[in-house]
Design a protein around this ligand. Structure first.
Ligand code: ZN
Length: 240
């Protein structure tokens, strides 16, 4: 049984771009984010329950809203807690967030962002707050290395260590994963499965396998019309 069309969106920072941002496309302004979520609510979309979403992806019968979608955040910036959470709550939405396990309280060091950048990654207590709000917390690797360039030993280390470190902070299981830079290989998928993850998210290049689920990046350049078009594309792509 093919799984239903469930668009998956991916965001990074919810912030006005500043001189600290190496890649300003990773910033969606709070105003744009608010309008995008209002549009989703207006169109009748509701976020899917993570467990039910997993079932649907595996072709099992699942309890889903009439128009389900998934919101995900990569890297786990503090702005997700301060700017995105209130907007999602007011619309009755939830989300999944993917954290770099060595990144607590730091800046986006893998992008070369300054250590004194105001764009901080979440603290352990911030992460727990989102978990307690019902969000799904997943891994984004140990230090945001590109999985396409790692050998089998390094893949296993990234998959297992990031899972263990996040679980130690949360005191709960971490079974979702999003590839840094969205890229994966057959070996990367295997490493996730062997480490005990249930699902792995890529970005635009995802082929629809449970360990390479495609997602649509919402960038700072996306106006509301562009956002709506990407949403439509996301629904089509997830048929793969
Ligand atoms: Zn990332």
């Amino acid at each position: 049984m093919p799984h239903p069309r469930i668009p998956v969106l991916v965001y990074h920072k919810i912030a006005e771009p500043s001189a600290f941002d190496v890649n300003s496309n990773t910033c969606v302004t709070p105003e744009n984010f608010l309008n995008q979520m209002k549009l989703m609510a207006l169109l009748g979309y509701r976020t899917a329950d993570p467990e039910e979403y997993l079932k649907a992806r595996l072709g099992l019968s699942a309890r889903l809203p009439k128009k389900p979608f998934l919101i995900t955040f990569d890297d786990a910036f503090e702005s997700v807690l301060t700017r995105a959470l209130p907007v999602l709550k007011s619309n009755g939405f939830s989300a999944a967030l993917f954290m770099v396990s060595s990144g607590f309280g730091k800046s986006a060091f893998w992008d070369g962002e300054a250590a004194d950048s105001p764009n901080r990654l979440l603290s352990p207590s911030g992460l727990r707050t989102l978990r307690d709000e019902g969000w799904t917390i997943g891994s984004h690797g140990v230090s945001h290395r590109d999985f396409r360039g790692l050998d089998g030993v390094a893949l296993t280390e990234e998959a297992l260590r990031s899972k263990a470190e996040l679980e130690a902070e949360l005191g709960s299981e971490v079974s979702w994963f999003a590839y840094p830079y969205g890229g994966y290989t057959p070996d990367a998928r295997r490493a996730l499965a062997e480490a005990g993850y249930k699902i792995g998210f890529a970005t635009e290049e995802g082929d629809g396998d449970i360990f390479s689920v495609p997602r649509r990046i919402v960038s700072g350049k996306s106006g509301l019309l562009n956002f709506a078009m990407r949403l439509r594309q996301a629904g089509k792509r997830s048929l793969l």
